[in-house]
Write a protein that binds this ligand. Structure first.
Ligand code: FE2
Length: 374
């Protein structure tokens, strides 16, 4: 064994953990910028809990709720402009993956005045504002990662910037905040968590420690499969999903993601397929592709997921997330070419060429001649 493991985020997991640990906010100063989307922070009850915790400690706050799904450069630049005006001591990120990732970018841009596109270049002169993260979905794991994924229109894909300083200082995970999520969002985000665990487990960067976490995460998800199929979730199911998502985040903070994410980003960017669903459409064939390179590990993860074989895995994905859109042949080539540029493809267990990526797409989705695609 030979590995390094760094996960500097302090984690509070459990019912009412925000209000019960309000003193944690006070450690980071007297002013907070709350970064969130338009609705979920309010509907989930998380915003009200944060406001209670901040109010009790006389911490002033402003809310920036201008983050949409798949955050753009313009959105994070607007948040950073508000931060430079309000001058907060901390950023409290409340939401699914998009607000959490946007908050990391805003925290960095608040102290390093630069265009959002320059975030990918690294080399930050100043440390970002501390981020305290509260996930409202069970999938992203962003509350415990150093990644911020933004939409890069110039490169026509979603792209991450990663630096150890992006790790949130604190993560508060309260499964009650996910109780109001629609069943479909719950399923898509759960499949995202599964992709983090599965890709991390099969990554060339996997270690004994990440394997232990990934297998535990997948075993936890296996317990929730009946609920995912039925679309009905108990409080215990919600807690398990959030725990599995957390473990997925801790795993990819070490291993990174691999070719599933790289290729899935095109399905999201060009076809607006939700991130988790995009990954789910690709994962069955991913296991077939990687079987020769890591047969034992794939057999182990299928056993943990209580699935008989790769075909059974593919059937489960179809049952949970459907079959996806029909692609045009020219889209297949374009998506494969874009994914081939992603560094994460190299961490896939098997070497994958651009032609392999295209063949994988063809095997995963229906493909029609360009003229037949609407
Ligand atoms: Fe993901």
């Amino acid at each position: 064994m030979d590995f390094r493991f760094s996960m500097p985020t302090e984690i509070f997991f459990g019912t009412a953990c925000v209000v019960q640990n309000g003193d944690v906010f006070a450690r980071y100063g007297k002013k907070a910028l709350l970064v969130t989307g338009k609705h979920s922070a309010r509907v989930s009850g998380a915003l009200s809990d944060v406001e209670t915790a901040l109010g009790q400690r006389k911490i002033a706050w402003r809310v920036f709720d201008g983050v949409g799904e798949n955050p753009t450069f313009a959105q994070v630049e607007a948040g950073a402009a508000l931060a430079r005006q309000f001058r907060p001591d901390m950023v409290v990120a409340i939401g699914g993956g998009s607000p959490l990732d946007a908050a990391k970018a805003i925290a960095m841009l608040a102290t390093n005045e630069m265009p959002a596109a320059a975030l990918f270049g690294g080399g930050f002169a100043k440390a970002p504002l501390p981020v305290l993260a509260i996930p409202l979905t069970a999938g992203t794991g962003s509350e415990v990662t150093q990644y911020a994924i933004l939409t890069d229109d110039a490169k026509q894909t979603k792209r991450g910037f990663a630096t150890p300083e992006n790790f949130p200082k604190v993560a508060f995970l309260d499964a009650r905040y996910t109780a109001s999520l629609p069943a479909q969002v719950t399923v898509h985000t759960a499949v995202d968590a599964l992709s983090h665990l599965l890709e991390g487990y099969l990554s060339r960067r996997a270690t004994a420690l990440t394997d232990a976490l990934a297998l535990t995460g997948m075993a936890t998800l296996a317990e929730v499969v009946p609920a995912l199929k039925a679309g009905e979730f108990s409080a215990s199911d919600r807690e398990k999903l959030l725990y599995a998502s957390l473990l997925g985040g801790v795993v990819i903070a070490q291993t990174g993601t691999t070719a599933v994410h790289a290729l899935g980003y095109s399905l999201t960017y060009f076809r607006q397929i939700p991130h988790g669903q995009a990954n789910g459409l690709l994962m069955g064939e991913y296991l077939r592709l990687n079987w020769p390179a890591c047969e034992e590990k794939i057999a182990a993860l299928l056993s943990v997921l209580k699935l008989p074989d790769v075909d059974g895995f593919a059937r489960l994905m179809t049952e949970l997330i459907g079959t996806g859109p029909t692609l045009g042949e020219e889209e297949v080539g374009k998506f494969a070419a874009i994914a081939a540029q992603a560094a994460s493809v190299a961490w896939t267990a098997r070497d994958l060429t651009e032609a392999d990526l295209a063949a994988w797409l063809r095997a995963s989705l229906a493909v029609a001649p360009a003229a037949a695609v609407k």
